[in-house]
Design a protein around this ligand. Structure first.
Ligand SMILES: NC(=O)c1ccc[n+]([C@@H]2O[C@H](COP(=O)([O-])OP(=O)(O)OC[C@H]3O[C@@H](n4cnc5c(N)ncnc54)[C@H](O)[C@@H]3O)[C@@H](O)[C@H]2O)c1
Length: 325
């Protein structure tokens, strides 16, 4: 199968590119390297079944001739990451809206299917202990920088469903709940790589407020298997699925576990939420119901959070040894 991946040099996209090539698919990988890194694709850079295009997906003339009738576009390209979204909320909105529109138009013209990456953040401030696909979605006030990311993903979902219903473009929407894995970068504000790097470097692990925020972390391999399972399931098209791990931990527990596993001498300290993140935009708990994907496909996560953290610590230590050679 020819699979087109947007955002292929990013965290999830690079893992997916490598996985799909290993499964003997042809992959057309597109990325403008705004937050992605070519190094992420080093293991496959000379693979004969990889077509790599470094360009903005909004420049559709650079890649639409790669898309053939029946191909699948896995649309991961977006402006993401707390720091990046707060730093430029307007361009987050514009990039995510215009990029998705470009993908949907190529899919319509070339008769392709689209898997679109959405996010658990669309559930907003929901206080439900477990979140299902049919639950209400919400956005905090527009003066919260993070809202632009949520608004863009909500709008992307509506556009995708509209193209599915009215323009014969089969779509699947996957709402990812915090994905964790190798090559995830701390510089964009991701908590796990930040804590591991700080614990190994002797820098403080900072908990905002009391660290009682609850999160579920889904290991990258589980996310890849969910995407692949869904695109191969004919009954999945036209649907929205939560993709995540159905257990949670608090950020404090996460910090303490990483601290212990790294034999760290770092301090675990507490701080007030940074001004731009304080107030209504902080979400205290987010746990997915994975009943829908599980009942349709049998998919469930295989790797739970302790194992995820152990794998990631081992990977960072391996990179540190290589860097020092
Ligand atoms: N990582 C998570 O925990 C998580 C959680 C929920 C949703 N998601 C979604 O999954 C997708 C992938 O996230 P990620 O964590 O791999 O992020 P990432 O930043 O590592 O990857 C996004 C990639 O898209 C590229 N990109 C952005 N705009 C582009 C454009 N206009 N043209 C071409 N390339 C462009 C970037 O250079 C980057 O390589 C995103 O859509 C994100 O919203 C991720």
């Amino acid at each position: 199968m020819n699979i087109i991946i947007t955002g292929a040099a990013g965290f999830i996209g690079s893992h997916l590119t490598i996985k799909l090539l290993a499964l003997n698919h042809h992959v057309t990988a597109i990325d403008n390297l705004s937050t992605g890194f070519l190094d992420n694709l080093n293991p496959v850079k000379d693979h004969p079944d990889l077509t790599l295009i470094i360009d903005d997906i909004q420049n559709t003339s650079a890649w639409d001739n790669q898309a053939k009738n029946g191909d699948i576009i896995i649309h991961l390209a977006a402006t993401v990451g707390v720091k990046k979204v707060y730093a430029d909320s307007y361009n987050t909105l514009i990039n995510n809206l215009d990029s998705t529109q470009a993908v949907l138009e190529v899919a319509r013209n070339r008769k392709c299917k689209v898997f679109m990456a959405s996010t658990s953040e669309v559930y907003g401030q929901s206080e439900k202990p477990v979140l299902s696909e049919t639950d209400s979605l919400s956005v905090t006030t527009t003066d919260q920088g993070r809202s632009s990311y949520v608004i863009s993903k909500l709008t992307n979902e509506i556009s995708c469903l509209n193209y599915h219903q009215l323009k014969s473009v089969p779509v699947i929407i996957g709402r990812f709940f915090n994905v964790a894995g190798e090559n995830q970068k701390s510089e964009f504000g991701m908590v796990i790589p930040t804590f591991i790097e700080n614990a190994l470097d002797g820098k403080p692990l900072i908990l905002y407020n009391d660290g009682s925020q609850r999160r579920s972390f889904c290991y990258i391999e589980d996310v890849l298997s969910a995407i692949i399972t869904l695109i191969l399931e004919p009954r999945a098209w036209g649907n929205i699925f939560n993709i995540g791990n159905d257990t949670t931990i608090t950020i404090k527990e996460l910090a303490e576990y990483i601290h212990k596993k790294c034999n760290s001498h770092s301090e675990i300290s507490y701080a007030a939420m940074p001004a731009e993140r304080s107030g209504k935009s902080e979400i205290y708990s987010r746990l997915p119901s994975i009943k829908k994907i599980n009942e349709l496909t049998g998919w469930k996560p295989e790797v739970y959070w302790q194992k995820t953290i152990d794998l990631l610590i081992a990977n960072v230590k391996k990179d540190l040894i290589i860097d020092r050679l």
